[in-house]
Design a protein around this ligand. Structure first.
Ligand code: HEM
Length: 496
């Protein structure tokens, strides 16, 4: 019996040894990939590649890639080979090349390296769709975000803001410190729920659901996300899921109920859900599963990004009181010249506020890296380098937007960088918070409207100062793919 157990143990040890040795050999071979192509790289670490700090959650991917970008710039490189674990990824540092990849030669880079996992019902959404399927859907869904539809959304956004005004007033009366990200996030969930799905999302449930999806911050979750990007077959084989079953079930039921309610009561509204329902009934014949997945993408796109940008903007304005005063004066002026009313059109008169939002989107871009995958063999212009089909590419948005070559003294919050004159003095690709080209964000104007209305509502009535416990400078949350603060942005407010 004893000797049998010994054999089993030896057997296990041999298997583990063979597995580790194979992984090391594979990793060593992969780590030579860029060298063999004569592409600049920074020495990778066995198995971790250049992303050790990302995997250990010491840095977010965007910050890690920014450091790689700085290295490329210092070495005078237009692009460089980065290793995410053992996967070779091309990072682009040259703005002309960024422009070529996102726009001019888009046909070679139509997809993102995001994986659609058959086990994960919510993963088959427009952000992850590929090729012709994506193209068709995007052109159909674009019609849900026209200027006219946006103008119609204004009333919804306005009434959601009214609720927030009351809520903040109560906090101020009770002299409570305000968690500004929390306040703006709830506002945006309300806006997306009402304008996209036609339901009143005061409901704590949907808030819990949206937050649950985004703040699943465990090491396991972020590893599955990275694995899904790098080794999709393995994720399918192991039936790994990024989103919990409980949350998925809740969201599926939520969307089903909205759809059933509309069908049973013949309700027709001019909103995003209606556009999706038309695709369900039309020749595209979208399935219920697909509708749920796209709704999920709109939920995530519509509340997390505008919320963190709005909160970071209030944070900067609380540090830079002179800028806050300037915005407030502008709001007072616009209200005075428009009989105390704000409309979609008068909102465009808040030019200085626009600059503050653009500067926040520069310093705190929610999506710190844009990703694409090479769909056909591609020869990089003005070089001898060919990239193979299937190679992932990264555009380092955070690196570019913090590059002193385009934004001198990049840590300083300076809205004047977005004056017409200063904008014209740098390449347009130096500002990419919404991405660029056919695959750019589907709703930048809606996002902008959400941020603008949140700022208008809060700043017209209150002066904000940072609570002493709020970090300056703010560290970034290293467990989250999108840019978010490491700790709460607490502010005190007083009525002006
Ligand atoms: C401040 C607000 C927002 C920011 C900063 C933002 C940023 C982005 C970025 C960087 C991308 C990737 C672009 C690329 O790869 O070139 C993206 C894609 C996308 N965003 Fe947004 N977004 C915002 C608001 C919204 C809103 C309000 C919605 C929907 C209600 C939305 C829905 C989407 C969708 C569906 C895509 C995928 C588009 C595609 O693959 O064709 N976003 N967004």
């Amino acid at each position: 019996m004893y000797s049998f157990l010994c054999y089993v143990c030896y057997g296990f040890l041999v298997i583990i040894f063979v597995l580790v040795a194979s992984l090391m050999l594979l990793s060593k071979r992969m780590n030579g990939y860029w060298k063999r192509k004569e592409v600049f790289t920074v020495n990778p670490i066995l198995c971790f590649g250049n992303a050790k700090d990302v995997i250990l959650q010491r840095k977010c991917l965007g910050v890690n890639v920014k450091e790689f970008y700085d290295n490329l710039k210092m070495s005078g490189q237009r692009f460089g080979g980065y290793y995410l674990l053992i996967k070779p990824v091309l990072v682009i540092a040259d703005l002309d090349l960024v422009n070529t990849i996102l726009i001019k030669d888009f046909d070679y880079f139509t997809d993102r390296p995001l994986h659609v996992n058959e086990e994960d019902l919510l993963s088959a959404h427009i952000v992850a769709l590929k090729g012709e399927k994506w193209k068709k859907l995007k052109s159909l869904l674009n019609s849900a975000f026209t200027l006219r539809k946006l103008q119609m959304s204004f009333d919804i956004v306005f009434s959601c803001c009214k609720k927030v005004e009351i809520e903040v007033r109560e906090m101020v009366q009770q002299s409570k410190a305000i968690d500004i990200l929390d306040v703006i996030t709830r506002l945006n969930l309300d806006i997306i729920g009402t304008s996209a799905f036609g339901v009143d999302v005061d409901s704590a449930e949907l808030q819990k659901c949206g937050r649950g999806f985004l703040h699943a911050e465990s090491v396991k979750t972020s590893l599955i996300q990275i694995l899904a990007m790098l080794f999709p077959e393995m994720v399918n084989f192991l039936k790994l899921k990024v989103y919990s079953e409980e949350m998925t079930e809740y969201f599926v039921n939520f969307v089903k109920q909205v759809v059933e309610h509309r069908k049973n009561n013949n309700i027709v509204r001019k909103d995003l859900m209606q556009s999706l329902l038309q695709l369900m009934n039309g020749e595209e014949g979208l399935s219920m599963k697909e509708i749920v997945a796209h709704c999920f993408a709109f939920l995530l796109g519509g509340f997390e990004t505008p919320s963190s940008v709005g909160a970071f903007c209030i944070y900067e304005l609380s540090i830079n009181q002179h800028l806050q005063d300037k915005i407030r004066k502008e709001i007072e002026h616009v209200l005075k010249t428009n009989d105390g009313e704000i409309t979609y059109n008068t909102l465009s008169e808040l030019k200085f506020m626009d600059r503050c939002i653009c500067e926040t989107l520069r310093k705190y871009p929610s999506t710190m890296v844009l990703t694409r995958i090479c769909t056909r063999t591609y020869q990089i212009p003005n070089s001898n380098v060919t990239i193979s089909k299937g190679t992932p590419l990264i555009v380092p948005v955070y690196g570019i937007q913090m590059d002193p070559a385009y934004y001198p003294n990049p840590n300083q919050f300076d809205p004047e960088r977005f004056s017409e004159e200063n904008k014209a003095s740098r390449p347009s690709t130096a500002w990419l918070p919404f991405g660029d080209g056919p695959r750019m964000c589907i709703a930048p104007r809606l996002g902008f409207l959400q941020i603008k209305m949140a700022l208008f509502t809060l700043l017209r009535t209150y002066k904000f100062v940072l609570h002493p416990s709020t970090e300056v400078p703010m560290r970034l949350n290293t467990k989250h793919f999108l840019m978010s603060p490491a700790s709460k942005i607490l502010v005190n407010a007083e009525e002006v």
